[in-house]
Design a protein. Structure first.
Length: 107
């Protein structure tokens, strides 16, 4: 359940550093990183669900899959849902802590 968490936070911190290097305010950079880190984990699960759909229903051919198959979140397994939720929650928590610190220090 914790596999996506370091990936999400790692992407977030890289985006934060890049944003600060480009003179983006701290709060903006960390929340942009939060979005990017969360998006990476969500896209991975969408892709994984697409591959599962292709194996189960598509006779091994991507061309048989409808374009929305990976977006059917209700078909994701519990592990995918929990792993994605933990990664998003971790990124949001980091963004909240940094935003609070930035508001106090005006950095």
């Amino acid at each position: 359940m914790w596999n996506h968490l370091p990936v999400s936070i790692g992407v977030q911190l890289v985006c934060w550093a890049l944003g600060r290097w480009l003179a983006v305010p701290t709060r903006g950079a960390i929340w942009l990183g939060c979005f990017a880190g969360s998006a990476v984990c969500i896209m991975r699960e969408i892709t994984q669900r697409e591959y599962q759909w292709i194996e189960q229903f598509g006779a091994g051919r991507r061309a048989n899959m409808p374009g929305y198959a990976g977006l059917e979140v209700w078909d994701w397994n519990a592990h995918s849902l929990s792993e994605t939720a933990v990664a998003i929650a971790g990124s949001v928590l980091v963004a909240l802590v940094v935003s609070h610190y930035a508001a106090d220090r005006e950095i």
